[in-house]
Write a protein that binds this ligand. Structure first.
Ligand code: TYM
Length: 336
């Protein structure tokens, strides 16, 4: 059976990369599969979070899930800290994962920066907690953006080693990343608007690099107008986007949001300059995003409602994880 798990950190605003790389896939998957979408607040505190802001951001992510179309009656929507299996399994899996595997994680190197000695221990074992998130549900499929691929590989290695060490070959399934959405490559990796070789990210220092779901029409138009581009007109063939990372990214965003292929977008805009393309892109982004941000604002005005959704989701999630956790504990020889 197919079981889906994914999570988003409540550590900053939701941006277009999170939406296209993750949430939009969640909305598609919930109709067919048994889905669990988590607000990973335990992951968020691997770097300092102001407590009040952490709570607000938790509601912000929950609001984004619902506003984008995740139905909490279908998918289980909950907060990570509300389900004890995440923390308990993480400890056991910390004892299965090898230091050498964790040392290879490029995201730790990026996030810890130059002075890794001062990073939290939690940031270091972050990918093992992520493996626990997935394996606590015996999830088979994990919709994520491309930046999470390496973490998924670690989760697969941890699952295989647990199965091997405890001689239970079929205990944990090998979770598959779902990186391409229904529109293929585009969306898997949305790049910064200021540098087509860096991913769009809330930690990017340039404020114009990232479109947040809460940006208003004027701000979106301004950011797209200022987006880095080049003086050439758009090519008519997809091959013409190679070596033009900024053009490729903007066309990719257009394609993903409109549900068209890159070839179709180029057949419409090929030969035209960015003076024509950028306003069309801004209009499309606003058209797709403003209903979501309006609904997010409405939902965030009622935190008690969102809290209720998360708490109820945590109960439903625990019904899935408790039997798995019990079996894991028995397997390793804990008294249960
Ligand atoms: P996070 O919170 O950084 O990002 C949430 C989701 O958004 C995707 N994403 C992007 N996709 C395309 N282009 C971009 N520029 C872009 N930026 C972010 C991410 O790939 C992710 O899918 N470790 C995870 C959260 C996590 C998780 C899990 C995910 C914790 N446990 C278990 C799946 C399963 C993270 O930090 O995502």
């Amino acid at each position: 059976p197919t079981r889906v798990f994914s999570g988003i950190q409540p550590s900053g605003g939701m941006h277009l990369g999170n939406y296209l790389g993750a949430i939009r896939k969640f909305v598609d998957l919930q109709h067919e599969y048994d889905c669990h979408f988590c607000v990973v607040n335990m992951h968020a505190i691997t770097v300092w979070q102001d407590p009040q802001k952490l709570l607000e951001q938790t509601m912000h992510i929950a609001a984004a899930y619902l506003a984008a179309g995740v139905d909490p009656e279908k998918a289980v929507v909950f907060h990570q800290s509300g389900v004890r299996a995440h923390a308990e399994l993480a400890w056991i899996l910390n004892c299965v994962a090898r230091i050498g595997w964790v040392n290879r994680m490029t995201q730790f190197k990026d996030k810890a920066g130059k002075d890794a000695e001062r990073a939290s221990v939690g940031l270091y074992t972050y990918p093992v907690l992520m493996a626990a998130d997935i394996l606590a549900y015996k999830a088979t499929h994990v919709p994520v953006g491309e930046d999470q691929k390496q973490h998924l590989e670690l989760a697969r290695d941890v699952a295989a080693k647990f199965n091997h060490d405890y001689d239970k070959p079929d205990f944990f399934p090998q979770p598959e990343p779902l990186i391409k959405g229904q529109f293929g490559e585009t969306g898997a990796r949305i790049m910064s608007l200021r540098d087509g070789t860096m991913k769009m990210s809330k930690s990017n220092p340039s404020e114009n690099s990232c479109i947040y779901l809460t940006d208003d029409t004027d701000l979106i138009a301004k950011k797209i107008k200022k987006a880095k581009s080049d003086p050439e007109p758009l090519p008519t063939e997809t091959g013409g986007l190679e070596d033009r990372p900024e053009a490729k990214n903007l066309v990719g965003i257009y394609a993903t949001l409109s549900g068209k292929s890159v070839a179709e977008v180029l057949s419409e805009f090929g030969g035209q300059g960015f003076g024509v393309f950028k306003p069309a892109l801004a209009e499309l982004v606003v058209e797709k995003i403003s209903p979501i941000s309006a609904e997010m604002r409405r939902l965030e005005g009622d935190p008690a409602f969102l809290q209720g959704i998360l708490r109820k989701g945590a109960e439903r999630a625990s019904e899935v994880t408790e039997p798995i956790l019990k079996e894991v504990k028995e397997t390793v020889g804990y008294l249960v």
